[in-house]
Structure formats: C-alpha cells, structure tokens
Write a protein that binds this ligand. Structure first.
Ligand code: 3NM
Length: 205
C-alpha cells in the first residue's frame, strides 16, 4: 500500500459532527472518492461504550467495501474491536511508544503542531503526521492557533520521509494551497459533513 496516496482525501467524523445519519454521510463520501477515514467519536454528544462500537462497526464495513483506509482516533481498544488499519493520537494522548509496542503492525498517525512538539516526537515510530490546525476551525473547541501552510512547508523539509496531512479549517477553496505547501493529503470534517453536495466537495478537495 502506498500510504501517501491513501492519505490524499482523509475524512474525519463522529456522530457528534453529523446533523444527519453518519452512515449515510460516510457512504456518500465513499462513493465520492475519499481515500481514508478516521472514526473520531469525541467531545460533547459523542457515543460511548457499545453504541460507539456499533456505529464504528457499520462505518468500518463501508470502508472495507470501498478500499478506504480506516483509522480510529485515540482509542487503542477500538483498534482491535473494529479491526482498524491504525490509530491517530495527539501529543497528550496515549504515548506512541506504548502504542507501537502493543500494535507493531498498525499505522500510527501523530498530530504535530510546532517545532517543540516535533523535537519531542518519536518520529521513527510513526507512519504519518497530522499538521494543524492549518486554518482556524470551529469544529474542535480546544484547537490551537492556526499554524498556516508554512508549517507544512517546514515539516516537509524537516521530515521528508514521513507523509504529512494538513488538518483544521481546510475546505474546497483552500485545499490546493495545503497540497502546494507539500502535504500528501488533506483531512477534513466540516468540509464534508456540512456540505450540501458531498460528491462535489470531495472532488474539489
Ligand atoms: N484536529 P474541520 S483541527 C480534529 O489541529 C481536528 O489537530 C485538529 O475540523 C488539529 O475540518 C480539527 O471542520 C478539526 O476544520 C477539523
């Protein structure tokens, strides 16, 4: 598998991001051509326990059927429950060292937002970097200040061998600037969940 290619159009979502059936939204996004999906059931209104697993299983199935990479956000048990391809974590989540020990063959994505975080990150243990928020976003309440496409540029120079996906405030209008800065892909929530025409949105990303 070429991971850089698989990360090109990376949709992230949990039921808390959806104002209609998440299964329908993911199906539309899958048909429209997303290449990766992250199940991020997190924050106010998110499902817990069995409900979180049940929705995850349905979303996992759609990804399997459409050859879409399936990543879970910050929940190591869910990786096994859903037979995910990998896990994405932030700087303050479960440590990458521990995850790599437990999941030697899974994809691990790590959010890195500045040079300080980069310096303290175990780069050799991860498979891709999530860089952001590139632009301001209201989807994540505790998002940091925007890092702009310059951070993508910097990362690309400092870690040329690791795939990079931009995240945060990315939409059909600004996606190309993120790619031009050196990203391998764009990850989005609201650009798809809030789109009136998912087919069109995914095509433009
Ligand atoms: N992580 P939208 S920003 C989940 O900066 C997430 O690490 C971010 O949502 C980070 O595409 C973000 O609607 C929210 O802006 C992305």
């Amino acid at each position: 598998m070429n991971l850089r290619k698989k990360l090109r159009k990376y949709f992230i979502m949990g039921s808390q991001n959806c104002n209609r059936d998440p299964v329908k939204i993911l199906k539309e996004a899958a048909e429209a051509g997303i290449t990766a999906f992250q199940y991020r059931e997190k924050g106010a209104g998110a499902l817990l326990g069995d409900e979180k697993i049940e929705l995850g299983l349905r979303l996992r199935e759609i990804c399997s059927q459409n050859d879409i990479l399936f990543i879970v956000n910050d929940d190591i048990e869910l990786v096994s429950s859903l037979d995910a391809d990998g896990i994405h974590v932030g700087q303050d989540d479960l440590s990458v060292e521990v995850i790599r020990e437990l999941l030697p063959d899974k994809i691990i994505g790590l959010s890195i937002s500045n040079t300080h975080e980069l310096a303290q990150s175990p780069i050799s243990l991860i498979n891709y970097i999530g860089a952001g928020p590139v632009f301001s976003t209201s989807t994540k309440v505790d998002a940091k200040s925007p890092v702009s496409t310059k951070w993508i540029n910097t990362l690309k120079k400092k870690v040329p061998d690791l795939p990079i996906v931009g995240i945060g405030g990315i939409n059909t209008e600004n996606s190309s600037s993120v790619m031009k800065a050196g990203a391998d892909g764009v990850s989005v929530i609201s650009a798809i969940t809030e789109s009136e025409n998912i087919k069109d949105a995914v095509a433009k990303l």
